[in-house]
Design a protein around this ligand. Structure first.
Ligand code: TYD
Length: 393
């Protein structure tokens, strides 16, 4: 086995399993470990959680809830129309239609295994298959709709366990002149940011460009462009085409690849060092919380993100430290955080007067939140974050 474990984040719950009660009778937990495969140059979880436990009709994440994301998807759609002008678009992991709704519903198809979300887009007249992306599904779609000019998938491919099948199905579904765009958190950014909370049940993989290029070697696909994004604390938008399509490969691809090489992304030492840094981060964050509590100050959580489940469970931060979380996602409100059982409530116009500190669960929206919570900051309220290292803002 060429897989080497470099991080042990302890026992963790299903991040999207927001609970109805503070004292659940049963809660599924698994061991969250992270490994590096020296041959495939791939970072993945040591143990995969069965997909049906994560992606089902209770799935809470709504991509449309954030103004930042709404705007980002609108801009992306405009640029796709201008650059590629596709006549048919398939999205793998279409969530609540935040991307597809920017196109005519006659040319788009969604794939979304969470039935509650597929129902939303189907009711928007966007034909959506409530299924997992597999070779079988791709065959069905091709039979009915033919090949596609454009396939898009954001924050989804890294969730699918069988990558070989995934890319083969994409290769089959894509027209010869077709473009596939994949967007996922960037491994180099995760390491630089110390954002170990990108590792959780759903993120079976965290991709580097190097690892994507390596896996595509088994197909007729190749990367021809890449953009760095600020979403999810640093993501890559990777543009892929068929080798026979002679679109030019951008210099950015070679530059980025070299940047990863120089950083040591192919080298286990980088991961072992990261593992040590994460352990240090845990102790520092706990001590920040303990010091604040010693002074009897009130801490709440801001944004009950999936990511934050990893931090809270790894660091053992429960209701004794955090009174409650606020979150704008309706489906999370009135529930309790997985594993740590902290209540989640609907945010008011501004943070309540008795709140002294807010832990940034949604640190990836730091700018948007700091802007929104000016009043809190003006009256001396402070934010706690663990990225790029534990500190009080
Ligand atoms: P998201 O960025 O999708 O992170 P993850 O994939 O780790 O869950 O989630 C952001 C969450 O934060 C979402 O539930 C909405 C919430 N949120 C707020 O409650 N207030 C805000 O001002 C913002 C920007 C987000």
């Amino acid at each position: 086995m060429s897989k080497i474990e470099f991080l042990d984040l302890g026992k963790q719950p299903i991040t999207n399993n927001f609970l109805d009660t503070k004292n659940p009778k049963e809660e599924f937990m698994y061991k969250l470990k992270v490994t590096f495969d020296e041959q495939a140059k791939m970072v993945s979880l040591g143990e995969f959680v069965p997909p049906e436990k994560m992606f089902n009709e209770n799935y809470a994440h709504r991509a449309s809830m954030s103004k930042t994301m709404q705007k980002a998807y609108k801009e992306l759609s405009n640029s796709i129309k201008k650059k590629f002008n596709p006549n048919s678009i398939l999205e793998i992991g279409s969530n609540d239609g935040v991307f597809l709704k920017n196109f005519s519903e006659n040319i788009v198809i969604g794939v979304e295994p969470c039935k509650n979300l597929a129902d939303i887009t189907n009711s928007m007249k966007i034909k959506t298959f409530p299924e997992f992306w597999t070779l079988k599904l791709s065959d069905k779609i091709i039979k009915e709709y033919g090949n596609f000019d454009f396939i898009y998938s954001a924050n989804t491919i890294s969730h699918i366990h069988n990558l070989e099948e995934t890319f083969l199905a994409i290769e089959k579904t894509l027209g010869n002149k077709g473009i596939f765009v994949l967007e996922d958190p960037s491994l180099i950014e995760v390491i630089k940011n110390g954002s170990y909370d990108q590792f959780y049940d759903e993120h079976a993989y965290v991709f580097s460009l190097t690892s994507i290029i390596k896996i595509l070697e088994k197909t007729s696909l190749e990367v021809f462009d890449i953009e760095k994004l600020s979403t999810h604390g640093g993501s890559n938008r990777i543009f892929i085409k068929k080798k026979r399509n002679n679109l030019k490969i951008s210099n950015k691809v070679f530059k980025f690849l070299n940047e990863e090489k120089v950083y040591g992304i192919e080298n286990i030492d980088v991961y072992l060092k990261f593992g040590e840094k994460v352990q240090k981060s845990k102790h520092e964050l706990i001590s920040i919380f303990k010091n604040i509590k010693k002074n009897n100050k009130k801490i709440i959580g801001y944004g009950a993100t999936y990511k934050s489940a990893t931090v809270l469970n790894y660091c053992g931060l429960k209701s004794n430290f955090i009174d409650y979380f606020i979150d704008t996602t309706i489906t999370k409100q009135g529930k309790f955080t997985p594993g740590t059982h902290i209540p989640i409530i609907k945010p008011d116009e501004t943070l309540k007067d008795d709140v002294d500190y807010a832990f940034l669960g949604a640190w990836n929206f730091k700018e948007e939140i700091l802007e929104k919570e000016k009043k809190f900051i003006e009256r001396g309220g402070k934010f706690i974050t663990h990225v790029p290292f534990p500190n009080i803002l």
